[in-house]
Structures are given as structure tokens and as C-alpha cells.
Design a protein around this ligand. Structure first.
Ligand SMILES: [Fe+2]
Length: 239
């Protein structure tokens, strides 16, 4: 695993590491790779599969660095899908080409940020890794939101009832349908509707991540307190 970590660090060193934006994605990646490892151990993967999980975590956001260099933005909706870009970079540079699970790695990376996992993926093992990277990534994103990264609406902006209803129906918010609207900030809440594994649910419960995010929303728009409490209850039904 060390050789992959070294490769990843050398790859990132080719970008502007003085930039806090680049550094942030580097740190996110390391935490997600660690989450993948812990999840894999919780699922009692063998040593080979646990390493594979960690590897997918390490490369899942490889497209972020080039995305930032070209666009100075991490908005996939306004620039390019960073997972598609990551897969392209891996292929073009012959990264991991010798790995026995090369195709699985590409599928997991490609699907990590999609609204839904591609329905054409039906193989259990492939699906498990696709789900694992999505949980590991979401867990870190939720923790980032809780520690201050949540973009809340400015004065006078309100959430749409349509978006709140989507979340209440246990759905993920389709970002593409909410670009440029204040509803994008509700994405954080929608993430809780797309969790696959007990380990992730346990972290969410034990760290009170849902409760903390709901508090942030209520603070930003106290008039909607009841609505957010209701959403919190809807989401909790799944935990
Ligand atoms: Fe990503």
C-alpha cells in the first residue's frame, strides 16, 4: 500500500500544494482512504480486499486536482464530472494498469459521485466496492459539513418545498436539478438517505452528525424549525 500512497503524494506534488484548495482535497482523500480501510475491516474483508478498498479511496478523487488546475472550481455541475475526469487520468497515464482488479477500481471511482450506481453493475463484489467508496466518501463529507464547511443560505433566501419533500421521501437530492439554487445546501441532509453500511450508520449515530447538521440548518432559518425537526425524524427512521 505504501507504494500507492507514495505515488498519490508524488502526483499531488505536481500541483500547487501551496493552495489551500488543493491541500483540502489531499487531506479529504487520505481520510476517505482510511474510512475505506476501517469499513472493509468492519465488513471482515480479507487482507487483499481491504487493501483494494483503501486503494479505491486513495484514487477516488484523483480528478479533483486537474479539475482545480483547469477551472479553479470543484463544482461538477459548472465544470466537469471529476469522477469521469479521474477515470480518464488513470487510463491515460497507465496508473494501476497492472492491478488484477483494474476494471473494478475504475467502476468504483466512476460511480462514486453519481446520483445512483449504474444499474448495469450487477456483480455483487463490484457493487460492494461501489457502495463502500460512496459510504466512505459521504462520511467524510458529512463530517466536513459539521466542522464548518456547510454553505448555508444568505439572508432572505429560502429552501424550496420541492427539495424538502424530496429529502422527506428518503431521496438523494439530484444536484443537477438544483444548480444555482439555495437548495444545493440541502445536499448535506440528503446524503443521509444514501448510506449502505452499518459502520457508517453507527458513526452517524455516535457522533450525532445528523443532529448537528439539523442544528446548523435551524440556526440559519429558525422559521423552518418544525420542518427541519420533521425531516430529522424522517431520516432517523432509517437509522
Ligand atoms: Fe469525489
Amino acid at each position: 500500500m505504501n507504494k500507492y500512497r507514495d505515488f498519490f503524494n508524488a502526483y499531488v506534488a505536481g500541483y500547487d500544494t501551496e493552495s489551500a484548495w488543493i491541500w483540502r482535497k489531499h487531506e479529504h482523500t487520505i481520510r476517505v482512504a482510511d474510512n475505506c480501510r476501517v469499513l472493509a475491516e468492519d465488513l471482515q474483508f480479507n487482507a487483499y480486499n481491504a487493501e483494494l478498498a483503501e486503494l479505491i479511496g486513495l484514487f477516488h478523487d484523483i480528478g479533483r486536482f486537474e479539475q482545480w488546475r483547469v477551472y479553479q472550481s470543484y463544482s461538477d455541475d459548472k465544470t466537469i464530472d471529476h469522477a469521469d475526469l479521474g477515470v480518464k487520468i488513470i487510463k491515460e497515464n497507465g496508473i494501476l494498469a497492472e492491478h488484477p482488479d483494474y476494471e473494478l477500481i475504475l467502476k468504483a471511482i466512476y460511480n462514486h459521485n453519481k446520483f445512483k450506481i449504474d444499474a448495469k453493475i450487477t456483480d455483487d463484489r463490484e457493487l460492494t466496492f461501489c457502495k463502500l467508496i460512496r459510504d466512505a466518501d459521504k462520511l467524510d463529507i458529512i463530517r466536513e459539513f459539521v466542522s464548518g464547511d456547510l454553505k448555508l443560505p444568505q439572508d432572505g433566501e429560502t429552501y424550496s418545498i420541492k427539495a424538502l419533500n424530496e429529502i422527506a421521501k428518503h431521496k438523494l437530492l439530484n444536484r443537477k436539478a438544483h444548480v444555482d439554487s439555495v437548495d444545493v445546501s440541502l445536499t448535506a441532509l440528503a446524503l443521509f438517505n444514501d448510506i449502505y453500511f452499518d459502520y457508517t450508520r453507527r458513526c452517524i449515530r455516535e457522533e450525532f452528525l445528523l443532529e448537528k447538521i439539523v442544528e446548523l440548518y435551524i440556526e440559519s432559518d429558525p422559521a423552518q424549525t418544525n420542518l427541519f425537526r420533521q425531516l430529522e425524524r424522517f431520516i432517523k427512521e432509517q437509522y
